[in-house]
Write a protein that binds this ligand. Sequence first.
Ligand code: NOJ
Length: 453
Amino acid sequence: MYEELIFPKGFVFGAATAALQVEGDRAGRGDCIWDDYCSKPGNILDGTNVDVACDHVHRYKEDVAIMKKMGLDAYRFSISWPRIFPDDSGVPNQAGVEFYNNLIDELLKNGIEPYITLFHWELPTYIQRVGGWSNPTIADKFGDFARFVGQTYGDRVKKYITFNEPQSFLGYGYRRGSHPPSLKMTDKEYLYAIHNFFRAHGMAVRALRATVENAEIGITMSTNANYPASNSPEDIEAAKMSNLDIVNDDGFIMNIVHWCDPIYFGKYPDKAYEVFGDDMPYMSEEDSKLISEPLDFHGQNCYCSSMIKSDGKGGYEVAKRPLGSAKNSLNWPVTPEAIGSVCKILYERYGKPIYITENGICCNDWICEDGEVHDSYRVDFYHKYLKNLNEAIKDGADVRGYFAWSLMDNFEWTKGYTARFGIVYVDYDTQERIPKDSAKFYSEIIRLNKSNR
Ligand code: NOJ
């Protein structure tokens, strides 16, 4: 049974969370831009904040026990910059430092490998106050933070992801204004903020290389994962073309090459100069070297994407999905084809081993009469996406691991606690954790993979 879900030997099965979404215990950390944002009425759908969230800071042992029971190989979590450095004095907060020490030790004790994300959208307010990503000094500041993380945890943690989804925190936060700090920049200002982010990434890579022996470092993107409408060579080519194109969607950029070419090739793609002209930032030789410091793997988050077909004239167009096609509770289309397709395209262009650092679905879950959470649609979602991913591996894409998003229900940014993405249900009144049917399914797949090795 489930032969299609038996992955190559050594494939890593994990689950992911992010600090702000699960930790709580705000007293122990400095403010970040999301605290300010949550405090303004109307910003968060259910009017909530992250003061308690899933109380992971106090319940991490219980959470690690759940991971262990599921048989997870790895846990991807992020380190909260303002929990480590609550203010701009540069003096670390010992309680925060200890929390991650304890979490890491607990994971290792239970045979679960920690994967640290350095930045999952939690920009300290004191950094935003001096311009955030618009101020080039952020690159050094982020490098200092990365160095501290490497020095402190690098003896035990070898896997690092510098940034999570720059497309989102810069696109929504600095261009569309729908996430904090609610800025609506011009193209030129926005592209410059992106350039500062690229430099900060490079500084972090250098800091981690200098402090962590045998570090494996990557970055997580959420670029387009457009997939072909059919198996015809024309549609396959059209999907590839759309992913590698550059489209200025009211300033919003999701194309792979704009975000990945600088990281892997040290330059912006030619098309970016065609589309943005003089608004493009200057890439000096020094910046080019910094930004393209060699990485060990590419992290990709994958949720949904568009179906693309050939327009019959050598170009591409979006193909309509059949009426009533599957969607999650946020109305995002369910598109399992996207996960394999994007891995093939990324591997072909950049040749880096890939980890799917997030994949998952939010559903309107509830506790059933028998006390369990029967999330059959999520089970099917994981089945379909994992199957598609495995097919891409068989077709030659070098994918080394997969992280379910999320380990548990949590604070879904502007949606507050209304969108449940977890494979473990969280009752926010009692903080009780209930593994959903999807957690049991995932666990069974992990067990089958282990017994087949
Ligand atoms: C990607 C983000 O990294 C994560 O924080 C978020 O919760 C999921 N997408 C679902 O929207």
